[in-house]
Design a protein around this ligand. Structure first.
Ligand SMILES: Nc1ncnc2c1ncn2[C@@H]1O[C@H](COP(=O)(O)OP(=O)(O)OP(=O)(O)O)[C@@H](O)[C@H]1O
Length: 723
């Protein structure tokens, strides 16, 4: 141990003791104050503040901070060490500078944005730009109040080189359990820019596999809550993610960051609940079967803008619905006057005046509701003019029948009813409806009509139904969001985002995805312009994350090869300098069974003490069969089939298309051969998704011929055969 390291360690050790004593002191004082349970509002607010502090301090006690930055602000002549942690707090004596600074505070941004060199650094504070010199950037690992590691990634005294990746590489080398974790101690400058971007912008982020998109989005939510305390509320934020298992997988990060109450949903669940409709239960399985299960090896079916998912997610359909509702509005008012009994008449012109002038500002369903309520009041007034009680009774009876009949002559302003009309699944309001329906691609029209006649609503129908809902009804304050995160956004459609934009204040979006992983291209976007064009130029910003943090250099280079050769993409990942074992290509032994080889691969990797190991098959059927065969060897082996609500970690078998978003210490791609993966960009994307799930080790087992994008020769990054 060098002398300077020893003194740094001792210095940090004594500082840690000082901080822990202070936290203990503050906690003790707070705990000694009796909890207020009375009705005085001021006291209640004070108690809530104390409770928040108690919790924050207790949470920070085991690991009060993770970083230190020595900074000298211009003109101060004083170099100050700033300690950065998940929770900030001051010494109790007034006038002392913070003991620990919250990682989201403006000054803490320096810890992340500073990339080295001797030039002055700056950060944006509420009072303006602050400039100064950075002397030291230090990472410390504290666990259960014990200082475990001190790592200087920049030291001005030693010549001011670039910040090094030593600590990052150490962190990335750790094995993972079954949950995504926070990265506050190692957020990188390119990620920090996204986390701290202004709130009222639709951020679109293209990030290569493993670039931290999901992680960054979660940290951004924590940042927005801190920075825009008054405008943003946790319960008014929502994260849309692809499935419940993925939501479970990411569910620890926000609590780790001290953030609760943020809604985490799938788009389907959220939209169906809002609309009060039930989705067809077989939809998911049918869709996956159609696109991923039917003919492995022969290549996934071709996709164009006329396939159902693409069309129903398009702005073309959105425009069509808008025109449909406009026509509906023009044709809504019945042609005749209203007569509650013979001799009494309310002229159509008078009703039109209410509908077209007075109630115009209201959405359509509300306009109808108000109009009919007013009509009812008019009837009551007229009834009062009756010459006798008997006549009044007679008239009332008649009026009630005619009022009902009149109301029935109005269209039903209900999303599903109108959607059915548009697709010809129920009686149309006029010939004009057919004119509009003719614009829908014939195959889509036919299949959807058939579905709707049987009351089958699929997930792909939801953007249209939601849009109908928005055109017909007010969006209530309760339904509105302060911020929306869309993860795996390459699988979202422009129509989905356009509708969500109606639900969010100030176009406040974080939209993240990777076009290279667009394996649901039958419904998702093919270029980010499809989404950015929904917003005005000043309302949107685009970021690209090119560095990949998940996998070793070998794995990333191998996966880049798949992208280049198989997808023709130039969205290649730049690895962090973390080297591991070569990617292994292993032919199945002739004469031996494939299962035996896969079992052997699994055994070898488990023997290396990896905590999460997965075998990825091309289809679910294959995963099920393999799971059945291997269960005897590993009773705890999980089968992931898309129906589960939680992610278990450990050892798993799953079809490759369900692995998206997840990661494993070691991955075995089964059947990486031409019999399972065709020479098609889409199949190459599937292979890319599979390979980029591996953190430390990747093995591909295969039959005779491999697709051309799976590299054949042994090299620095690939090894052939068993170790
Ligand atoms: N700055 C960082 N420091 C440490 N680890 C990081 C950092 N950024 C990302 N990671 C790690 O890299 C891995 C990938 O992160 P994440 O899943 O958020 O990426 P992604 O871009 O959403 O991936 P994909 O699109 O491939 O699913 C995670 O293990 C995450 O903890």
């Amino acid at each position: 141990m060098s002398q300077s390291f020893q003194s740094a360690y001792q210095e940090e050790e004594s500082r840690l003791r000082e901080v822990i004593v202070e936290i203990d002191r503050q906690l003790e004082r707070l705990r000694s104050i009796p909890v207020y349970t009375g009705h005085d509002f001021t006291e209640q607010v004070l108690e809530a503040g104390r409770e928040e502090k108690r919790q924050a301090l207790a949470k920070s006690l085991p690991e009060p901070y993770f970083g230190r930055l020595d900074f000298q602000e211009n003109g101060t002549g004083e170099k100050k060490p700033l300690y950065i942690g998940k929770v900030g707090f001051d010494k109790e004596e007034a006038g002392d500078h913070p003991m620990v600074i919250d990682w989201r505070a403006p000054v803490a941004s320096l810890f992340y944005s500073f990339t080295g060199g001797t030039e002055p650094a700056s950060f944006e504070a509420p009072e303006g730009l602050i400039e100064g010199l950075v002397y030291l950037k230090r990472n410390v690992v504290i666990r259960k109040q014990i200082l475990e590691r001190v790592s200087d990634t920049y030291n001005r005294e030693s010549g001011g080189p670039a910040v090094n990746d030593e600590f990052l590489v150490y962190r990335l080398g750790e094995n993972k359990d079954n949950r995504l974790r926070d990265i506050v101690s190692t957020i990188q400058a390119e990620q920090d820019k996204i986390i701290r971007a202004a709130k009222n912008t639709a951020l679109i982020i293209q990030g290569v596999a493993g670039s931290g998109k999901t992680t960054v989005a979660l940290h951004r939510l924590a940042y927005l809550l801190y920075q825009y305390k008054e405008q943003v509320h946790a319960e008014k934020m929502i994260i849309f993610a692809p499935n419940l298992m993925f939501l479970d997988y990411i569910s620890d990060v926000l609590p780790e960051l001290g953030v609760g109450d943020i809604q985490q949903r799938t788009f389907g669940d959220w939209a169906a609940e809002l609309l009060g409709i039930e989705l067809f239960s077989g939809d998911h399985a049918q869709t996956l079967h159609r696109w991923f299960e039917s003919e492995p090896g022969r290549g996934t079916p071709d996709v164009n803008d006329e396939v159902s998912g693409r069309y129903k997610g398009s702005l073309r359909l959105m425009g069509l619905i808008r025109r449909f509702v406009e026509r509906m509005e023009r044709n809504a008012l019945p042609d005749e006057d209203f007569s509650p009994w013979d001799g009494a008449v309310l002229k159509r012109e008078a009703i039109a005046e209410w509908f077209e002038q007075e109630y115009k500002p209201y959405p359509l369903a509300k306009r109808k509701e108000r109009l009919l309520a007013r009509l009812h009041r008019w009837i009551e007034m007229e009834l009062k003019k009756s010459p006798s009680g008997a006549v009044m009774k007679e008239r009332k009876k008649k009026a009630s029948q005619r009022e009902k009949a009149y109301a029935n002559r109005w269209p039903k302003f209900e999303p599903l009813a109108l959607y059915k009309q548009l697709f010809g699944a129920s009686k149309a309001a006029g010939a004009w409806v057919e004119e509009l329906s003719a614009e829908i691609p014939a195959d889509v029209l036919k299949a959807t009509r058939k579905d709707l006649k049987q009351n089958i609503v699929r997930e792909e129908d939801l953007p249209a139904l939601l849009y109908f809902h928005c055109l017909l009804n007010d969006i209530t304050g309760e339904q509105r969001f302060d911020h929306i995160v869309i993860d795996e956004a390459q699988d979202f459609s422009p129509f989905q985002v356009a509708v969500l934009d109606l639900f969010v204040r100030g176009h406040s979006f974080t939209i993240l995805g990777d076009l290279s992983q667009g394996i649901h291209a039958y419904r998702g976007v093919h270029a980010w312009e499809e989404m950015s064009s929904l917003f005005k130029e000043e309302e949107t910003a685009y970021f690209a994350l090119t560095r990949s943090y998940r996998s070793t250099m070998e794995i990333i280079e191998f996966a880049n090869g798949i992208l280049e050769k198989g997808v023709g993409s130039d969205l290649l990942a730049v690895p962090v300098f973390r080297s591991g074992d070569a990617v292994r290509l292993i032919p199945y032994a002739s004469g031996s069974s494939r299962t035996k080889d896969l079992k052997r691969a699994m055994e070898s990797l488990i023997a290396k003490d990896y905590r999460t190991v997965a075998i990825l098959t091309r289809t679910l059927l294959e995963a099920e069969a393999l799971h059945e065969e291997l269960r005897a060897a590993w009773p705890e082996l999980n089968l992931i089939d898309g129906s589960e609500g939680t992610y278990q970690g450990g050892y798993s078998v799953l079809p490759v298309y369900l692995s998206k978003g997840l990661e494993f210490d070691a991955v075995i791609v089964a059947d990486a051969d031409a019999g399972h993966y065709a020479e098609k960009a889409w199949d190459a994307k599937l292979m890319y998704v599979g390979c980029t799930r591996a953190l430390h080790e990747l093995w591909l087992l295969h039959g005779e011929a491999r697709p051309s994008y799976v590299t054949a020769e042994a090299s620095d990054i690939t090894a052939i055969g068993w170790p």
